[in-house]
Design a protein. Structure first.
Length: 367
């Protein structure tokens, strides 16, 4: 699978033998390609004409398209930027014509819950998705900022994201996308598919842990359960507002959005809500397993404490008699008796045996 951080090969001058010239310019371009963006931070760009698959677009072509203006015959353009690149934000501010609220969202601090809202005739979306190298760590979630109009879609991220990678792969396979709203719907569907895949993998692991817990072998999985619960809680917190945000936009859509496009987003909202319910159910299930694991640990601790108490009780006679006999004073019993040692041993054994029998009897009565 091509990573979201990848990009199309950049042109380089070639030698007669077919080898690329090792000029500073070619090395610079190869370095940029390795980082997944061109000199302006563009990861990928596509132009979609009616009824045709997307055509790759560079920043120079995109700039000409933006300056020329566009009508329905020109289709629409999707530009995807890497905000970790120093040239991305200046290019967007200078040429993309995005509303100020988009840049305010880029600089917002703290946790970024999903939201989709209108700014005039433009849709602004702050979406959360798992990173490309997702490893079931709660921190492997990053943000995608999207500005969507009738002829231009601009998306930007700081880390490669799986949903965007799936969308790029679909475009590269030649899947036709009819409009900017259809592109957003495809992206939301890819996001839901990735979340469903995470849910299935986590649920399979929870099944294995549950089987071991029921077999009284699952106490060692407490740390893994805690990690899975943190992941589901974080995903639920960040993604839960998405269906509601979509419905709020659909209640007052931009004028350029058709009834068919509104229906696409409504279906995307319903599908995403179903996946979120599955994640919430898994979160509750993990919580129950944590309670079960805690109960098993408490039982083990109680058994260990009971064993320690029994050993202490059984050792009480020998400790008591040894303390009394060890006093360095006159009048110690049996001090002059030739068989005094064995008499004391018999007394200690008798006391210990009596305490043991009494303890076993008391435990059986308690049960």
């Amino acid at each position: 699978m091509a990573q979201d951080g990848g990009s199309a090969a950049l042109p380089a001058s070639a030698l007669p033998g077919g080898r690329a010239a090792s000029t500073p310019e070619s090395l610079y371009r190869q370095t940029l390609a390795g980082y997944g963006a061109d000199a302006n931070g563009l990861v990928c760009g596509y132009r979609f004409l009616p009824g045709e698959p997307g055509q790759p677009l560079g920043t120079e072509d995109a700039l000409q398209w933006l300056r020329r203006g566009a009508d329905a015959a020109d289709g629409f353009v999707w530009l995807h930027f890497n905000l970790s690149h120093a040239g991305a934000l200046p290019w967007l501010q200078a040429h993309a014509g995005l509303p100020e609220s988009y840049f305010e969202a880029l600089h917002a601090l703290g946790s970024r819950s999903t939201r989709i809202e209108r700014d005039g005739q433009t849709l602004l979306a702050v979406l959360n998705d798992v990173t490309f190298d997702f490893s079931f760590d709660p921190n492997d979630v990053a943000t995608l900022w999207v500005s969507l109009g009738p002829r231009l879609v601009v998306s930007a991220r700081r880390q490669p994201l799986r949903a965007v990678d799936r969308l790029r792969a679909a475009v590269n396979r030649g899947e036709p996308i009819a409009s900017t709203v259809a592109l957003l719907e495809h992206l939301l569907g890819d996001q839901a598919d990735e979340l469903q895949r995470i849910h299935r993998s986590a649920a399979d692991r929870v099944d294995d842990i549950e089987d071991e817990l029921l077999a009284h072998r699952g106490a060692r999985h407490a740390g893994e359960l805690a990690r899975l619960r943190r992941l589901t809680v974080r995903l639920q917190r960040l993604l839960a507002p998405e269906p509601t945000a979509l419905l709020r936009v659909l209640s007052s859509p931009p004028r350029w959005m058709s009834a068919e496009e509104r229906e696409l987003l409504r279906h995307a909202s319903e599908d995403f809500a179903v996946v979120l319910r599955d994640v919430l159910a898994l979160q509750e299930r993990i919580k129950l397993l944590q309670d079960e694991a805690a109960t098993h640990v408490a039982e083990q601790n109680n058994r260990s404490l009971f064993t320690l108490t029994m050993v202490t009780v059984l050792a009480l006679p020998i400790n008591l008699i040894a303390g009394l006999m060890g006093m360095n004073v006159g009048g110690i019993p049996l001090a002059e008796e030739p068989h005094g040692f064995w008499v004391v041993v018999v007394l200690i054994a008798a006391f210990t045996l009596g305490l043991g029998v009494a303890a076993v009897y008391a435990v059986r009565r308690a049960r």
